[in-house]
Every structure is written in C-alpha cells, then in structure tokens.
Write a new protein. Structure first.
Length: 270
C-alpha cells in the first residue's frame, strides 16, 4: 500500500502497524464510523467524505476538537511544553498534577499531548478518582509531532467528534456507512486486564452487545469490522462474521521476556 499516515499520539494497541490487514477488509464509503477511535490510525488512512469519530475518553475528544477548530494556534501553544526542562521526572509529575487539577480544556488538551509523549509507553490510564496516573517514561528526547498534528488538522475537517457510549453511535447509522470497531480487548488472562483507559470498565456484556449490534447493522447494509484478541469466547459471539486471525507482537509488559506474539482477529460482518 501507499505511504501510511502516522498518528501524532503514541497508543498501545494502536492499529498503525496493522493497516495493511485492516484497510483491504472494508470498502470506501461516504461515511466512515469509528466508535472507539483511539489514536485514529485507521481514520487517517481512509478516503471518505465524512467521518463520525467517537471515544469514551473526553480528554482525547477535546484534544481532537481543538486541533480541528484551532489548528496552528493550538499546535503552537502545545509545542511550548516540549523542551529539555520539561523532560525531567520532577517536572513531569508537576505537569501531571497540573493536568489533573485543571478544568481549562485548552491547557488540559496540551498537557494530555505532553503526557502522552513523555509518559511510560504512551499509556492512557486513570485511577478510580479520575486522575491520570501514568508514570514518567524516561525518554531521551520526546519529539513534538508537528507534521502529524498538521495532517490531523487537515484530515479532521471532514470529521465529527463525539464522546458517547458506542451504542449511541451505532444505533442510527445510514445504509452504506462503514464501521470499524477497535474496542477495549478481552484480556488474555486476569493479570493482563487493562480497563481503566477512561475510568470505566468495558465488560463482557459490552463485548456481547457490540457483536449483536454488528449483526443487526450488517442486516441493514452496513459493514462492520471488529478487532480483538483471538479467543474462543469471542469467536463464538462473532460466529456470524468472516474471521481472519494473525500474530501481533505484544509491546506492553513489565517483563520483556513476555512481549512475544499474541493472536488477534478481525471479524467482518457483511
């Protein structure tokens, strides 16, 4: 495929490296829909007249909306946080506290970008009180993603950003829309569970509801592609879909010896 457009956010589980597997599965569409947009790697590499991009994390959606509407003004503002002085552990935690205590959307959005690029492995994690709690990443020279931000600004002019439960996004789509769903993955083991991405837990019932909605949408002429771990319970609820399985390198584990390949799948409902 042609040269790929990279997201400006670091995003564990992001789909940039899997674009060659995902994009051929779905046709071009006038309306592109992502209920779990994350870093937006897939959106950045599709051609569409309009996009509905949703995520349950308000910090992420506020950031995207600011980049769309303010462009260079916001990008220049956010760039001031990327310097040697701020790439120190003490300063990182000061800015993390400032983020958690601020109600200013512009400041929070700029700091969200800073924390993403300076925090450990690009994780996005909140505690039960809603505080961002990712530790300092200790990177030598985190770069400000100027070009990726400018491309996102350009591309996002055709996008509508929302912060809702995925069910609200999927219930009123028009025939011919194309949907890509990258929900929080079912953990391979209890110790692998990671559910505090937005302070809310994505349950097994949520996984089942999503699969059923995909079936219902496909019957209305709306194609839906879902990515997840390749696990027997998921294959059961995706039984009406065309399933493709493949290995993906695991990149997040405190034990580097456990960062081997894991099985993932794509379930296409047509």
């Amino acid at each position: 495929m042609n040269e790929k457009n990279r997201p400006f956010l670091k995003w564990p589980g992001g789909k940039y490296k899997l674009l060659d597997k995902i994009l051929p599965k779905l046709p071009q569409s006038h309306t592109w829909v992502e209920p779990f947009v994350g870093a937006g790697a897939v959106f950045l590499n599709v051609n569409t007249e309009q996009a509905i991009l949703n995520d349950i994390n308000p910090d992420l959606i506020n950031l995207y909306q600011l980049i769309k509407t303010e462009g260079n003004t916001f990008i220049d503002y956010a760039s001031q946080f990327f310097n040697k002085k701020n790439n120190q552990e003490k300063k990182y935690y000061q800015l993390r506290t400032a983020f958690n205590e601020s109600e200013d959307i512009v400041l929070r959005s700029a700091l969200f970008l800073y924390l993403n690029r300076h925090g450990y492995n690009g994780l996005c994690r909140y505690n039960q009180k809603g505080g961002f709690n990712v530790p300092f990443g200790r990177y030598k020279n985190p770069k400000f993603p100027q070009q990726q931000l400018l491309y996102f600004h350009q591309k996002s002019q055709r996008a509508t950003f929302t912060c809702k439960d995925y069910r609200q996004i999927l219930k009123n789509l028009k025939k011919g829309s194309v949907v890509y769903c990258d929900p929080p993955y079912v953990p391979i083991s209890e110790s692998a569970s990671f559910t505090q991405y937005s302070g809310k837990i994505f349950t097994w019932q949520d996984q089942q509801d999503l699969a059923q909605m995909a079936i219902d949408l496909s019957r209305k002429g709306i194609q839906v592609l879902i990515s997840n771990h390749d696990l027997k319970p998921l294959r059961e609820i995706y039984r009406d879909a065309k399933i493709t399985s493949f290995d993906v390198a695991r990149t997040i584990n405190c034990n580097t010896q456990k960062r081997g390949p894991v099985k993932e799948l794509l379930a296409l409902f047509t």
